[in-house]
Design a protein around this ligand. Structure first.
Ligand SMILES: [Zn+2]
Length: 147
């Protein structure tokens, strides 16, 4: 895997200000649009609306209507992790579950999904702790890896 791009990390190395958090979302949006535009035609899927936020609880999600949500904090992870989450959510456009068919599809289009998944399991909570205190104060919920 490639190293994370440190230029996306908080200026103080610890925590984003609210302004930096907003700037991160702004920088992340075109990256996700580009990766979806790359993978969707390969996988022969069409996504709905794409939303980029800084959720505390998940890296990505897919609604029944095919709208995708991505976590801007993935910019702080190795680029493989961002791609893996994009492909994971695009697979949900075909299978709204984590069945063997879903994993067959994920392996087909992102065979090396396990290493970035481990990276996120190990380092994800640390990325979420970089969010501004205000953003973290809102009711804490169980940490969901994916939906
Ligand atoms: Zn999923």
């Amino acid at each position: 895997m490639h190293e994370p791009d440190l230029s996306f990390y908080p200026k103080d190395g610890k925590r984003f200000t609210e302004e930096e958090r907003k700037a991160l979302v702004k920088r992340a949006r075109p990256v996700f649009l580009e990766r979806v535009a790359y993978y969707a035609p390969l996988m022969k899927v069409t996504s709905g609306r794409i939303t980029v936020r800084t959720q505390k609880t998940r890296w990505g999600s897919c609604t029944k209507d095919g709208n995708l949500n991505f976590n801007a904090l993935l910019l702080l992870a190795p680029p493989e992790a961002l791609d893996m989450v994009v492909v994971h959510e695009l697979c949900h456009l075909k299978y709204m579950n984590h069945s063997k068919y879903f994993y067959f599809e994920l392996k087909r289009f992102y065979p090396a999904y396990k290493e970035p998944r481990e990276w996120l399991k190990k380092n994800g909570a640390g990325l979420i702790r970089m969010l501004p205190k205000e953003a973290l104060k809102r009711k804490r919920r169980r940490f969901f890896f994916f939906r």
